[in-house]
Design a protein around this ligand. Sequence first.
Ligand SMILES: NC(=O)CC[C@H](N)C(=O)O
Length: 185
Amino acid sequence: MNVGLLGLQGAFLDHIRHLKTLNADYTIVRDSKGLEKIDRLIIPGGESTVMMKFLTLFHMTGLLQKRIDQGMPVWGICAGSILLAKKQDNKNGILNALEIKVQRNAYGRQAASEQKNIDIPILQRFDFPALFIRAPRIVSCENRVEVMARSDNDPVFIRQEYIMATTFHPELTDDPVFHEYFLNL
Ligand SMILES: NC(=O)CC[C@H](N)C(=O)O
């Protein structure tokens, strides 16, 4: 299995140690050719506006949408979940893959970033240290979306069949459990 790490911008390198722990092969994806070689893709946290510009500049958006439509598993982290969303702040989303509406930077500025301990029964993790860094809020989810974990009642880990999203950054903890879950999607 070849896991793609979208490497246009943001926190993609932090995933590598977890993939290594799980003995998964990975490729850093920076163009359409890279998108063709992978079996699944991690869209990292970072700055969604910048990633969106690069996806457009490198003519990757259409192919990425197509691969997702055809069933390639994807995990969006924070900015990645914004890119995957169908609606973002009342506009149409970029990849239009996840049936959610998100509000960017809904919890405040960088300084308001924080760790919250959350329960994730499906992963058998309780009081998991979830790191929120200028996270989006998932404002609404349509029927196909399963909420796997919440923080203060907001969905923060969701899954829609083979697409998952976390509005926090599991790659910044030492626990590879989210990566393991993603590899089994
Ligand atoms: N940690 C993150 O990915 C931050 C997301 C960023 N605030 C955005 O709107 O794209």
